[in-house]
Design a protein around this ligand. Structure first.
Ligand SMILES: [Zn+2]
Length: 471
């Protein structure tokens, strides 16, 4: 049988009537604010070319590792979901078959944020009013497929409909940024900017490290055989990214370890990691030195620096070998910030020209490390709950553990960090509702005046992000 799909207007608000009504009032003041998305992984080609999305499966399932990791965990082979194989071997190519398979397993997402986001997309974007199930799989497929052929579902039209003020993508150090240049040259009013993510030339353990340097030097017009040439190449690439709108850099290192080596030691270390004959400790030291150099450059060029540490990438070797990286097998690790960040903070932590936004996959660090650090150092800001913690309960835990030590003003608002373009409004809506619920509780407990909460809510939804990322 078919069940109605209805998004309750009070969803995610506190259950008791007093706090709920305060939360409702706060939410009314922020729900229609524009979306500022300063970090994420959408494809700039969508906005440069503005071609229709291919089909429901290619748009909503195949690129979303949040989704296929769950089906994989229940024994569904990734080939059946159309995930391309590294060796080019056969995988499912019929998007309707992939969609039906996904519908068969949609119940797995009960209680997860993916379910909240997807149901929002189904109702608000596509106007579907029945639940996704094996019985409604074809109805969904046909409705979404028909919609995607219409002009109002092209990437630029959706961008405008979603009320996105600015959207940042993330590109590697070797990217030529042609899509961003095309967007700039097109005269379209949508603001899509890039961000500089140089991991492939700052992390000696990155699979493309050794093969990236010729092109890195060529793109920058620098001789990268020396440490000083390497640093100049970064400076030039950062400038090219700023020309494509970038206001930030991003660093996906395994740990937030930083180092501040004497120049001669840094030169020797550079020669060593470039030779290919280096230890795990050398690699970590090089990553750490690179972060401190990035902070120095940020002070010069104003780019906001982000560290996204703590993921054990590609934990499952079978999946890595068969399908490559970013296939839902990344797992959080314990992460230490206090000692690891000290060399960088010793040098630049008190410099208000630097904005360093810290993220974590290790929630045990919120109250012990991150909130105290951000509540002290002028250069530090706390990023919102990230990845596995970008969820209603994750947001609640975050606010409860950091606010009392770091306050609201050392945070940067909500960041969706997603490649799932259609879910962006849903993700921001979840954050706005949860923040209004948290503020409502402080008001109901007489820890905050209602007028103050009405000032803070739009900051969390919009203002702090613009300010922190200089947008
Ligand atoms: Zn990211």
């Amino acid at each position: 049988m078919t069940e109605k799909l209805i998004l309750h207007p009070d969803r995610l608000f506190p259950a008791d009537e007093t706090t709920r009504s305060i939360a409702r009032n706060l939410y009314a003041g922020v729900k229609d604010l524009p979306i500022v998305s300063p970090h994420g992984h959408t494809d700039p080609a969508w906005f440069a070319l503005d071609e229709p999305f291919a089909n429901p499966a290619d748009l909503l399932i195949v690129p979303d590792h949040y989704l296929f990791r769950m089906l994989y965990s229940q024994g569904v082979a990734l080939e059946r979901l159309g995930i391309p194989r590294a060796d080019g071997g056969p995988t499912e190519t019929d998007p309707r078959a992939i969609w039906r398979l996904f519908a068969d397993y949609y119940h797995l997402f009960r209680g997860t944020p993916s379910r909240l986001w997807l149901d929002w997309v189904f109702t608000d974007v596509f106007g579907i009013d029945v639940r996704l199930s094996p019985q409604t799989a074809d109805l969904y497929y046909d409705a979404i497929d028909a919609a995607l052929k219409r002009p109002e579902f092209r990437p630029r039209a959706l961008f405008e409909q979603f009320n996105i003020e600015v959207l940042a993508t993330t590109e590697g150090a070797l990217d030529t940024l042609e899509h961003h240049k095309a967007i700039q040259a097109s005269g379209w009013s949508g603001r899509v900017i890039t961000a500089y993510r140089p991991d492939q030339v700052t992390d000696p353990d990155h699979p493309e490290f050794a093969s990236s340097f010729d092109r890195f030097g060529e793109l920058a017009g620098e001789d990268v055989s020396t440490w000083s040439g390497y640093l100049r190449a970064h400076e030039k690439r950062r400038a090219a990214f700023r020309d494509a709108g970038a206001t930030s850099t991003d660093h996906g290192h395994p740990t937030p370890f930083t180092a501040d080596l004497p120049r001669a030691d840094a030169e020797l270390l550079y020669a060593k990691v470039r030779s290919g004959d280096f230890s795990a400790a050398d690699a970590e030291l090089f990553r750490g030195q690179a972060l401190t150099e990035m902070a120095r450059m940020s002070i010069d060029d104003g780019m906001v620096m982000q560290i996204h540490p703590g993921a054990y990438r590609s934990h499952n070797p079978g999946v890595l070998q068969r399908f490559g990286r970013d296939k839902g097998a990344d797992i959080p690790m314990p992460t230490e910030y206090v000692r690891n960040l000290k060399p960088l903070l010793d040098r630049f932590g008190s410099d208000p020209r630097l904005t360093l936004v810290l993220f974590t996959l290790d929630e045990s660090t919120y109250s012990r490390e991150l909130a105290p650090l951000a509540g002290h150092y002028p250069a530090l800001r706390l990023g919102p709950p990230w990845w596995f913690h970008d969820s209603p309960e994750g947001m609640r835990r975050f606010r409860e553990q950091v606010t009392e030590t770091a306050g609201f003003y050392n945070m940067v608002g909500f960041i969706d960090d997603t490649r799932a373009f259609l879910s962006i409004p849903a993700r921001h809506d979840v954050a706005r509702r949860m923040d209004c619920g948290f503020l409502a509780r402080l008001v109901a407990e007489h820890r905050l005046e209602e007028g103050e909460a009405h000032e803070i809510a739009p900051l969390l939804a919009y203002g702090l992000t613009k300010q922190a990322y200089k947008l």
